[in-house]
Write a protein that binds this ligand. Structure first.
Ligand code: TA6
Length: 311
């Protein structure tokens, strides 16, 4: 893995490479006010996103398994080349279980303003083993950045290098840390159709004003607006989730909402029995309409997460 020189790290403001308990590289981004984000090269997974007061905004299970190749339960696992369970690939694809590298001299991204942002560019390419599983030559560049105001941005650029056309589904599988599932509601999915994973992906239309939680929820909301809010009444704060997709904006529009609730939590060895109360997954995703890339084509999926005070 290539790393940046100390001077270059300093010049980019607040990017540091450390190691976790297994000796796997992690990148810590800091902004000038003390907010931070921590990304593991295992899976390109954001493990932590903290406010300038050091508050952790992402959920990590107390029973998380920190040994590869299993993805750690929490943070923001990258689900690619599939979200869900289909064919020979493991659930949610292999990208979150692979080692990524830090990319040197990244090609400049369009409209990327680095004022006050610290960032890292990670790269995943298929190994020979991966190509046996999924015979498509791709390059997946992930830029994670932390802005001066604490916004966390993830930009995924997936290119079909020279393979025949391929299709993929995708998700930023985001585990938000919440006070209690009974105190939370999701706004921005009202009146949308959704596929209910608890009813064999049957299609329903959401009624009512905001989504609240009284039991297990596992839904893919379709063609969502590009802003969704997760309001935590107890903590008087709201997570804002903004998505943008290029070139075909309408593809990058699904929102996955998942809480396993009590019964399913008890079946999950890497989640505490009661921890479903402190987590909620609200994922920017492209699930219903997989993305197809011809040779040389590239798809960009951007996600901006921010935290705003709310009553
Ligand atoms: O819809 C979200 C979901 O597919 C749920 O069905 C549940 O399986 C969750 O993802 C977690 O999946 P994972 O493979 O991370 O345990």
């Amino acid at each position: 893995m290539s790393t940046h020189s100390g001077a270059e790290i300093e010049s980019r403001g607040g990017v540091e490479v450390t190691k976790d308990r297994n000796g796997i590289d992690q990148v810590v981004l800091r902004n000038q006010r003390g907010a931070s984000a921590r990304i593991s090269l295992h899976g390109g997974q954001v493990l932590s996103w903290k406010t300038e007061r050091g508050e952790e905004l992402l959920f990590t299970s107390s029973k998380a398994i920190f040994t590869p190749p299993k993805a750690l339960r929490g943070g923001i696992p990258i689900c690619f080349p599939q979200f869900g369970n289909r064919g020979s690939l493991e659930q949610h694809g292999f990208a979150r279980n692979k080692m990524w590298v830090i990319e040197d001299n990244p090609p400049s991204l369009p409209n990327f303003d680095s004022n006050g942002k610290s960032y890292v560019d990670l790269l995943l390419k298929p190994s020979e083993e991966d190509l046996k599983l999924w015979p498509h030559s791709f390059e997946f560049r992930l830029r994670v950045s932390l802005a001066a105001d604490g916004y966390l941005t993830m930009i995924s650029r997936i290119r079909n290098v020279n393979s025949k056309p391929f299709s993929f589904s995708f998700a930023y599988h985001t585990y938000f840390s919440i006070s209690d599932i009974s105190e939370v509601r999701v706004e921005g999915v009202e009146t949308l159709d959704y596929l209910d994973n608890l009813c064999h992906k049957e299609r329903f239309t959401e009624q009512g004003d905001a989504l609240t939680f009284e039991s297990e929820v596992d839904r893919v909301y379709l063609d969502s607006s590009d802003v969704v809010a997760v309001l935590d009444h107890e903590r008087k704060r709201t997570f804002m989730i903004r998505k943008e997709g290029l070139p075909d904006v309408e593809i990058w529009f699904d929102i996955v909402v998942w809480n396993p609730w009590e019964k399913k939590s008890k079946t999950m060895s890497d989640l505490g029995d009661e921890e479903y109360k402190q987590m909620l997954c609200v994922d920017g995703a492209a699930v219903e309409k997989p993305i197809t890339l011809k040779p040389g084509e590239e798809w960009t999926g951007r996600l901006d997460l921010s935290l705003v005070p709310s009553t």
